[in-house]
Write a protein that binds this ligand. Structure first.
Ligand SMILES: [Zn+2]
Length: 239
């Protein structure tokens, strides 16, 4: 891995190639950047068990905004949803990375090269300027299901925003946060489409008996999350 790559410690964005002057994602200056190998020495991607088939992955110490990625043990092997910002070469290999949207591409290009992991991102999200440097093996459209993992295209916060369901777990990333009565829809994106997407999420989960919701920096109980999410939609519709 002789590749040049640096990481913004303010937001966690990975910059492939020559180090730029400012971070393309958050605008921090280059004195906030570390090379990927310095990052590997400093930050440990650490798994926390959610249940027998899902683990949450976060950096210790926290790296920038710090988003969680999730490791799922499926019948067809281990896969990730979203990707850690730190590249740790000694993690357990996975077969594929499925992205919710392009804000957290992390070090996916390096994991892809190391393990041959296949990267999946909705076609509508591949053209975002800060996602363009990252290789994507499969640009998908719409909903799909494979290896027991179900993907639902939602849009809104990003045009290709996709949520996932695996067994009893819903993966929602940063579509709405934080969990609880203060939950709000992600403000970065067109408001009306984000609301329409939220209504579609309610439809998708209506008939499901789920147990857990995994998000950008939280893991929470499904039933109470759904109540708060419903109330949020009502509040946005009739403030
Ligand atoms: Zn986002």
């Amino acid at each position: 891995m002789a590749n040049k790559q640096s990481v913004c410690t303010t937001c966690g964005y990975n910059m492939i190639g020559e180090m730029p002057d400012v971070c393309p994602l958050c605008g921090a200056k280059h004195d906030h950047f570390l090379t990927w190998d310095e990052v590997e020495k400093t930050y440990r991607v650490t798994p926390y068990r959610v249940n027998d088939y899902v683990a949450q992955l976060v950096s210790v110490p926290r790296l920038g905004f710090e988003h969680a990625a999730y490791c799922l043990d499926t019948d067809e092997g281990a896969v990730w949803i979203d990707c850690p910002s730190a590249f740790n070469r000694d993690l357990e290999p996975i077969n594929a990375i499925y992205f919710t949207h392009p804000d957290f591409m992390g070090a996916s290009n390096q994991y892809r090269e190391l393990w041959g992991a296949k990267v999946h991102l909705h076609a509508l999200d591949t053209d975002v300027p800060y996602a363009r440097p990252f290789p994507v093996d499969r640009q998908f459209y719409g909903d799909f299901s494979e290896g027991g993992l179900e993907a639902f295209h939602i849009g809104g916060h990003s045009p290709g925003f996709t949520i996932y369901i695996y067994k009893q777990v819903l993966f929602i990333c940063d579509y709405a946060e934080p969990p609880g009565a203060k939950m709000r829809l992600n403000p970065f994106g067109p408001r009306d489409e984000t609301l329409r997407g939220a209504e579609r999420i309610l439809e998708v989960i209506a008939e499901r008996s789920l147990e857990t919701v995994c998000g950008v920096n939280f893991v929470t109980d499904f039933e109470s999350w759904r109540e708060d999410f419903k109330h949020l939609i009502d509040r946005v519709k009739s403030p």
